[in-house]
Design a protein around this ligand. Sequence first.
Ligand code: ADP
Ligand code: ZN
Ligand code: ZN
Length: 669
Amino acid sequence: MSQLYADIIIDISHEAIDKTFQYKIPEDLEDVLEVGMQVFVPFGQYNKRRKGYVIGITDRASFEIDKMKEISDISDKSLKIEGQLIKLAFFIHTNYGSTMINALKVVMPVKERINKKAPAFITEAPDFNMEQVDSLNEEQNKIVDEFKQDFSNGIYKTYLLHGITGSGKTEVYINCIRKVIEQHRQAIVLVPEIALTYQNVARFKQYFGDRIAVVNSRQSKGERYREFERVKAHEVDVIIGPRSALFAPCDNLGIIVIDEEHDAAYKSDQSPKYHAREVALERARLAGASVILGSATPSMESYMQAKLGHYKLWQLSARPKGAALPDVSIVDMREELHLGNRSIISSELHNAIEKCVEKKEQIMLFINRRGYNSFVSCRECGEVIKCPKCDVSLSLHDNGFMMCHYCGHTERKPKECPKCRSKMIGGFGTGTQKVEQEIRKLFPNAKTLRMDKDTTTRKGSYESIINQFVNRKADILIGTQMIVKGHDFSNVTLVGILLADISLFSNDYRSGERTFDLLTQAAGRAGRSDKEGRVVIQTYQPEHYAIATVKKQSYEDFFDMELSYRRLMKYPPVYNMMVMLITSGDYDFLVKESENISKKIKTFSEEHVGIKIIGPADASIVRINDIFRRVIYIKSDDLGRLRKIRETFDNYEQDGISIMFDVNPVNMY
Ligand code: ADP
Ligand code: ZN
Ligand code: ZN
């Protein structure tokens, strides 16, 4: 056997990760040494005995072998928490393709000193409907009992909790976590950032008091670091946060809960493009912990695993407070136009709003604008104003400025068309603002609130809008997908969904799934307490299965149809798909190089059957910030094969070209 070498870091912190030192692995340690283990090494001029962590094992020496020192011994064979996190980084590195150093930077928190005491997460206690639930219902009880029994017996599984909206999933999480804490172990609860509201956190506070830590993206790095330190010091039992909370240094982890597990926010938006759900399963495996995935609309991935028997499927089919699921009706907006109604509000929705306001009940109007923005165009010549650096139209904002959502380029909206000089230039596309104006005109006596990107930029503004609505300071809440998730407003009895089908138009294989999720979640806001709920969906495509199955409120029907589509098209989760995004500042060069790369992969695929290559082709947005983008899609039923292809490009260096990989992407490029 040839000599093996270990890459070792001495000081384990985010800031020092770049400093690795290579040591020879003595023969007697070759079989036992693993990535993540703590070792003793001779260090520095005087060969001081220091502790270090193994972050990589290789047969390639990175400097002169004669001068290389040898590892003295292993200090601890059991994986300490640091070791587990290093292993997790290694998992990210091998599965999603990034350097080990970059993967380590994902899992290690950034130290940052904080001098002032950070404000507590909950500053003003909102007046939520927060009576403590002490009688779980029968369905909930059965599930919690099963979990307790498994956990007591040291059986750690992955459970998929499929519960309709408002079925009390949070109570199930809380009661399972209580069991975990009884056994002196810790819990990580992941929520999509947007669902990290006072309301959710307050429910956990109610049960776990001060023994919870909360992280969110609005905190400074120092604030987050402090929360992680509290976890390490065992001052807390539960840590709640978005995907980065997954890397909390719990050294006695017993459970990871992932709420709204289908949410696309669990996929990292920068390289390494890891999926928090997949990494959570690995972390739980390393720690010997259980995982609960919860959703009213599980991801295709998780539901398929449950159907295959790999996850234990739990169902919650009723709302505990006795409320029935809302009555859903679909309005065909083409008909509406035939009948002469040119308003963005159908007559059915109009009547429903009127009745609701009369009864002093509340209304939510959800404008589906996923992947859609209002742009500025000329009514005379049709010119659309585009970003000078990207191939996208500029989005019109409140303040009269237009902005590129890809590079940040901002300019004032012109007074006349730059092409034909016509003054008939203006914003197009139905925005939340426009809906608000129309609603105010139609219902002058109703008070409205609006929640979207523009009204929630200030710190605390999001919470303030929610608070006002909870305290019934407004009748109608108008908003984008921000208003859809997680909220539990007991006085909302009507939900109106405008432009329901717009999210179907993106060229994305997940658009059906995303539309079904959004509409189901939105519909689920209506009638959550004892009052009956009603949902009106306005669409131009009532026959589309993603919309028709929402009316039936049948996840199963949707899943079956969607799965057969994925199977037919060889898309995830039936197949694995890897995107290779190739970019360059020079388009012609990029075309040539992407052809070369594709040829290289094709040679590979001749040797390895079962690979399908699509492209190279221009990405759906060809140019962002003056960088051109082309894509190659590679499909296979075997993830290992895709990894091999990726590894052949690990050391690929070509001036002026960069390559990024995304395995099983949540959006197309
Ligand atoms: P989900 O997350 O499944 O949409 P929630 O966990 O938000 O649903 O629960 C919806 C509402 O039902 C909450 O107000 C919660 O306090 C209440 N609830 C949950 N379980 C029970 C129960 N067993 N009895 C009475 N109310 C319950
Ligand atoms: Zn014009
Ligand atoms: Zn731009």
